[in-house]
Write a protein that binds this ligand. Structure first.
Ligand code: PMV
Length: 315
């Protein structure tokens, strides 16, 4: 039996701008998808007990929301050049990443599944092939992903991501963040479309924000490398303002940002696609921020980000 993992992620700075070619800074979250591989018949067994057989024939009419997992699985198999009848394993999935919250759960699942299939079938796939398989799956879930989620899911640590160039690792010390749940599902696809509409209809407004986000990502890299928490917090706050201008925040996220700043957070912002999902706060007293969120009805946890763990273990 072997274990494969994919890391959850947060985007510290630069979401949405990354879709337009600007840099973004992301980090692995101390939460992950883990897949145990055992002999079987090609089932993917999700935590909670639901099992999905590898389908020989997919439903007609293209991916629909309820079938997206089956299509994503199929996309990984085709990308890795696997003949479905060659799979004599089941894949048992566990995850502690809250789903649909902008924390990269689908990318972590895609990477872990690609690694599990690679290892079970002894393919010897390159990291590039794992990335291509994860990208194919993410395209089913999200349409046209920049690739930042699955890059971090694959490598862990901190990284600066640019479309085309990929992930450049950043050697920095992990630190902790408060991660709060807005209680509303994040809606990456809609928010990416909203920004695209603004970019088309009001390019000067959109470009001003997108460029600012790119510059903030660059200054954030310096702050992370220097360990300058105050500067990183300021960049996060400014990042959140620009995301509001782009129209991808929401009332719950705005309320969480106000509460976190009142509770002493150095910086706070949404992470990921927006419209809901998670909020991250950098704070010297994380429990104070959590307390403020709890009082306002928002769940949260504290987690290290930027940790680098082994990519795969076999036993
Ligand atoms: O919502 P998530 O965790 O999938 O993050 C989306 C990040 C965006 O920059 C908004 C889109 C992308 O593809 O990079």
């Amino acid at each position: 039996m072997s274990t494969s993992i994919g890391y959850g992620k947060i985007i510290l700075l630069g979401e949405h701008a990354v879709v337009y070619g600007y840099p973004a800074v992301a980090a692995a979250l101390e939460r992950r998808v883990q897949i145990e591989t055992r002999r079987g018949s090609g089932m993917v067994i999700l935590s909670g007990g639901s099992a999905m057989a590898m389908r020989k024939r997919l439903p007609s009419g293209g991916p629909r929301e309820e079938d997206s997992f089956a299509w994503a699985y199929q996309a990984i198999i085709s990308s890795l050049g696997i003949e479905p009848s060659a799979i004599h394993h089941d894949f048992v999935v566990t995850s502690d990443i809250p789903p649909r919250s902008g924390l990269g759960s689908s990318a972590a699942l895609a990477v872990a599944l690609a690694r599990a299939l690679d290892s079970a079938l002894g393919l010897g796939a390159s990291e590039r092939a794992i990335a291509a398989a994860a990208h194919a799956a993410e395209s089913v879930f999200h349409g046209n992903p920049s690739g930042i989620d699955h890059a971090i899911a694959q490598y862990g640590g901190f990284g600066v991501y640019r479309k085309g160039t990929g992930l450049v690792p950043l050697r920095a010390n992990p630190f902790t963040l408060c991660v709060g749940q807005s209680g509303r599902s994040r809606d990456t696809r809609t928010c990416v479309q909203r920004v695209a509409r603004l970019h088309r209809d009001n390019p000067s407004v959109a470009l001003r924000s997108l460029e600012a986000l790119g510059l903030l990502a660059q200054s954030g890299v310096d702050a992370i490398l220097r360990g300058d928490r105050a500067a990183l917090g300021r960049a996060m706050n400014h990042n959140q303002e620009e995301l509001s201008v782009l129209g991808v925040s929401c009332d719950e996220i705005d309320a969480m940002c106000v509460a976190a700043r009142r509770a002493g957070a150095l910086g706070v912002k949404l992470t990921g696609g927006g419209g809901g999902g998670s909020v991250i706060a950098l704070a010297d007293d994380p429990e104070r921020v959590r307390g403020a969120w709890k009082q306002a009805g928002f769940e949260s946890f504290v987690a290290a980000v930027g940790g680098a763990q082994p990519l795969e273990t076999a036993g």
